[in-house]
Design a protein around this ligand. Structure first.
Ligand SMILES: [Zn+2]
Length: 208
């Protein structure tokens, strides 16, 4: 089992390729040609079982439509309105290819990948249907744009954002036992990531 971080254009979103018995990717970025080329260094993209989206923002999800019919595309049901709004938009030259998800998440689902399992945690605030994926045995958290390293956290001033909900979501995450944090942008935290999430909570409480 391996987890490979792929930093994607246009806004350097982190995508995570999980090579377990099943193959999955968490977020795909906004450039289909780039992500397929990057994936091909490790796997045949057609081997992907799942394409998990932490949320619908174009920097994480605009290339997702190109995975339709390849891996099952999963996104939270409360993200659908925002997803539909964006599919007509072309932001910073990134076009959003329309797609219908294969799996609508509600939170609480568990996906067995082999050595790893991913539990879906609904963490609204950055967007209505933002989710995190938690691996309970390894204590890994794939946090999308909800929390980042160094006590940082996601914006809540974009359409569908909500500071109060973001604070509640960070509080929910701070109760988890987390060793490694794999956020949607910038650095990964390896070891004692719970401390980093508690720092995000402390700072969020001051500013939100
Ligand atoms: Zn975002």
């Amino acid at each position: 089992m391996r987890v490979i971080r792929i930093v994607t254009p246009p806004l350097a979103a982190n995508c995570y390729l999980i090579m377990d018995e099943k193959k999955a990717i968490i977020d795909v970025g906004g450039d289909a040609e780039f992500i397929f080329r990057a994936l091909k260094r490790h796997i045949d993209p057609r081997e992907l079982d799942y394409v998990f989206l932490t949320h619908s923002h174009y920097d994480h999800a605009a290339a997702a439509g190109y995975f339709k019919g390849i891996g099952k595309i999963a996104i939270h049901e409360e993200e659908m309105k925002l997803l539909r709004l964006q599919r007509f938009a072309s932001v910073f030259g990134v076009s959003f290819k329309a797609f219908e998800p294969d799996i609508l998440l509600r939170g609480g689902e568990v996906f067995e990948l082999g050595e790893l399992e991913l539990e879906v945690i609904h963490t609204p605030g950055h967007s209505p249907g933002s989710v995190c994926f938690y691996e309970p045995k390894k204590k890994w958290l794939f946090s999308g744009d909800t929390v980042f390293a160094y006590g940082s956290f996601g914006r809540y001033d974009l359409p569908g954002g909500n500071g109060r909900l973001l604070l509640d979501s960070i509080e929910k995450l701070s109760k988890l036992d987390v060793v490694n944090l794999y956020p949607g942008h910038e650095d990964v935290v390896e070891g004692n990531a719970k401390e980093s999430i508690l720092e995000s909570l402390r700072i969020a409480r001051m500013f939100i």
